[in-house]
Design a protein around this ligand. Structure first.
Ligand code: AMP
Ligand code: MG
Length: 406
């Protein structure tokens, strides 16, 4: 059985990013730039005022207060027509280009000015350049301003808009198929009959895929029967990544691994030394076996809802990050102090649902009252998991633990 680190290494070894594509800037949130972006203009493109006030010659105001003759009024979007000479000023608004001759802006609050008047008394002595943003202060034409590998966030997307990049080169959003397996499952909007339960994993996995920035494609329920599994797996293999839930343990009807292999999927690993989620299965449909010559990656997640969820966070998400060019690919851990004591005695490293919060003393984490891999109710009150090592150990309040936030 693989250790957690070995499983992560195997995933990173088997998954490679898809070739870059161009997408519309507005649809790029959460994706990663696949090429460097250079600036096509100076920004700002002209010297501009940072304040509403008066554009002046700094040398005119060194003995403030000084009264100056107002020769022009400039709002943003207009260009100056007149040069500011000695003893003169131009009324200027934030964002308007600086007129010739002027080298500083005095904010309106530091002036005595009656609306409509052709003179202003300036009460301060600005240095040359005060409240002026020089042409190219933020970036100059030809400069690389965003490099390949940058995640597209609100700020980086705003910057791309400033650069006129209506389309951006990115690693594509992977399509992730989600297929629940189990004779006991009914869709969420149906009432379970005797021996039946609702398919909660599909809803949860769809949300997890969306949370990662990939595109979920729910495929419904496959029965624990070879014919149904075969046809639904074939449909799922149209996606870049396929996540199945259930049917990977040692039960009589756990047919998922053998049906995947029958579909040409090569097993990379089966079982990882983690709790919950030990039976997790991972494989790859190699390029030479795939109908369109592009590889696919397939995860068989254990059916218990919390196992399924934890395995997605640990393993599937790592694969998706790799595919999407997001770094680091490994589940990002932070060290946080425990808010309450906790004893562990697991035979495997355990990913324990927990509540992470910020207090006046910094981040603190508390394990939720969790009864095991079926216990989605307790997990719904968690926002993270604590990685407890295997073995018997008592953790005291304030002991540091490793936490993965969801
Ligand atoms: P399995 O991994 O197929 O042996 O399933 C383990 C447990 O998880 C069983 O109790 C199943 O009924 C339950 N289970 C499997 N699939 C789902 C699902 N999609 N939604 C909720 N529970 C499930
Ligand atoms: Mg099952």
């Amino acid at each position: 059985m693989l250790s957690f680190d070995e499983a992560i290494a195997a995933i990173l070894n088997e998954v490679e990013p898809r070739p870059a594509v161009e997408v519309s800037l507005d649809g790029s949130l959460g994706l990663v730039l696949a090429a460097d972006i250079t600036c096509d203009v100076d920004s700002p493109p002209f010297d501009k005022s940072q304040m509403d006030g008066f554009a002046v010659r700094a040398t005119d105001t060194s003995n403030a207060p000084t009264t100056l003759h107002v020769i022009e009024e400039l709002t943003a979007g207009n260009v100056p027509q007149r040069t500011v000479g000695p003893g003169q000023a131009t009324r200027i608004m934030t964002g308007a280009p600086m007129p010739e001759g002027a080298d500083a802006v005095v904010p309106i609050e530091q002036c005595d000015f009656a609306e409509g008047s052709d003179s202003v008394t300036v009460n301060s002595s600005p240095h040359s350049g005060a409240y002026v943003i020089g042409r190219g202060a933020s970036m100059v034409k030809g400069e690389t301003v965003l490099s390949a590998g940058t995640p597209l966030t609100a700020a980086s997307m705003g910057l791309l808009a400033e650069l006129g990049q209506a389309r951006v080169p990115v690693f594509p959003r992977p399509m992730v198929g989600i297929l629940a397996t189990g004779d006991e499952l009914v869709p969420v909007d149906e009432s379970p009959g005797p021996g039946q339960i609702r398919n909660s994993n599909q809803t949860m996995l769809v949300a997890q895929v969306a949370n990662t920035g990939a595109e979920p494609r729910p495929l419904g329920i496959a029965r624990d029967e070879r014919g149904d599994l075969k046809s639904k797996i074939a449909q799922g293999l149209e996606c870049d990544v396929l996540c199945l839930s259930g049917g990977v343990s040692a039960g009589k009807l756990d047919l998922v691994p053998s049906e995947l292999e029958a579909a040409g999927v090569r097993q990379v690993f089966h079982k990882v030394n983690v709790k919950p989620g030990k039976p997790v299965w991972f494989g790859r449909l190699d390029a030479d076996r795939s109908p369109d010559g592009r590889p696919r990656w397939i995860f068989g997640l254990p059916g218990n809802p919390v196992s399924s969820m934890v395995c997605f966070e640990l393993f599937v998400r790592t694969a998706l990050r790799r595919l999407m060019g997001i770094t680091p690919e490994e589940p990002p851990t932070i060290t946080v102090r425990l808010e309450t004591p906790h004893s562990t005695r697991g035979d495997r490293p355990t990913y324990f649902p927990a509540r992470l919060r910020w207090t006046v003393e910094g981040a603190r984490v508390t394990p939720v009252n969790w009864q095991g891999s079926f216990d989605l109710r307790a997990t719904a009150g968690a926002n993270s998991m604590i990685a407890f090592p295997a073995g018997e150990r008592v953790f005291d309040k304030d002991d540091p633990v490793e936490v993965i936030a969801w």
